[in-house]
Write a protein that binds this ligand. Structure first.
Ligand code: AMP
Length: 321
């Protein structure tokens, strides 16, 4: 990567957040402290729901808390919470009163970032205005940084949130993930929420996506307040949908499981019923875009070769629309 002249800071570290992030990623990787092997992608085109399987064997080392682990409810006496006191080698200076920015230790993309709440909040709670603001600030800073680099392949960015164990989260302390948006040439399709064409009317039937989804286009150059409003509108619609399906929030004692996906151009919420662990075919937020991370190529069949095919499995993970 070549950086613009203004990117060389006096301490020898790159000045832009994007370049600093890559620098820190590469240093931790070289020291074997961050596990990363560039993934390979197998495309599976479809007229209804295209998928792309990204092989990342090192994900087998990623810790996954059981769905009923105490760390998912509170930090009191937590034995396993990598985000309670983040390793300084993984943290990256970022201007936020509420969130710490750190590198993901088991990334599939370079770089992969985590915005973790400074105070413990459970991952089964919906994003609040502070979470959305920190995510939007980070996306905005990364966008302006990457457009200043002369790297021709400067990525677009994606923030995503796996709310609850059924939505594919592996840790219980609230965190949003941020990584390059998968490239449509590499995966063979455009992420479906990019087809949301209205900033006011919620899109609920994009293409033939087989599961319930709620998406809004975001106006170009909008501020975080508009993104917070869009998120609240989608969350309200999602709650209405799952309540109609029989979900009882008060009995469950937590937010309805769902994924949030956010770029500078659109925001989408996907309600979830199952993580897929019970079928050995799991998906997080990215999986609900059709980008599925696997640790062995044999796992592709767990999605494609079952009764109902990929579409049936995606409906099992989410809700039929
Ligand atoms: P999720 O699966 O959405 O709950 O995201 C949790 C993320 O935290 C996963 O992508 C893990 O790779 C990452 N992770 C787990 N342990 C650590 C750690 N000690 N330091 C940094 N990232 C971690």
């Amino acid at each position: 990567m070549t950086l613009s002249d203004g990117d060389a800071a006096s301490n020898g570290l790159p000045a832009s957040l994007y370049a600093r992030t890559l620098h820190q990623f590469d240093s931790l990787h070289a020291a074997d402290r961050l596990l990363y092997i560039p993934h390979t992608t197998t495309k599976r085109p479809s007229k209804t729901f295209p998928t792309a399987y990204q092989l990342a064997p090192h994900l087998a080392y990623k810790p996954v808390l059981p769905a009923d682990a105490p760390e998912r409810r509170s930090n009191a006496g937590a034995k396993s919470n990598p985000f309670a006191d983040p390793d300084p080698a993984f943290t990256i200076p970022f201007n936020s009163e509420t969130h710490t920015l750190m590198l993901n230790k088991f990334p599939v993309y370079r770089p992969a970032l985590l915005l973790v709440t400074k105070e413990y909040r459970p991952q089964y709670s919906a994003l609040d205005a502070n979470d959305v603001r920190a995510s939007w600030d980070l996306l905005s800073e990364l966008k302006s940084d990457s457009s200043r680099t002369s790297e021709s392949t400067a990525p677009q960015w994606l923030a995503f949130y796996n709310c609850g164990a059924e939505a594919g989260s592996s840790q219980g302390h609230k965190h949003v993930q941020v990584m390059p948006l998968p490239d449509s040439t590499e995966i063979g399709f455009e992420p479906f929420p990019s087809a949301a064409s209205s900033i006011t009317e919620i899109a609920e039937s994009i293409y033939s996506v087989p599961f319930a989804h709620f998406a809004l286009k975001l106006p170009s150059g909008c501020g975080f307040e508009e993104v917070v409003n869009a998120h609240v509108r989608l969350l309200t619609r999602m709650r209405e949908f799952v309540t109609h399906k029989g979900w009882k929030m008060r009995e469950a004692g937590c937010e309805a499981p769902h994924n949030v996906l956010l770029t500078r151009g659109w925001i989408c919420i996907v309600p979830r019923r199952h993580s897929g662990a019970e079928r050995w075919a799991m998906a997080n937020a990215l999986g609900m875009l059709g980008v599925i991370w696997i640790t062995d190529d044999s796992q592709i069949a767990d999605f494609t070769d079952r009764k109902g095919g990929v579409d049936g499995h995606m409906q099992f993970l989410g809700w039929p629309r």
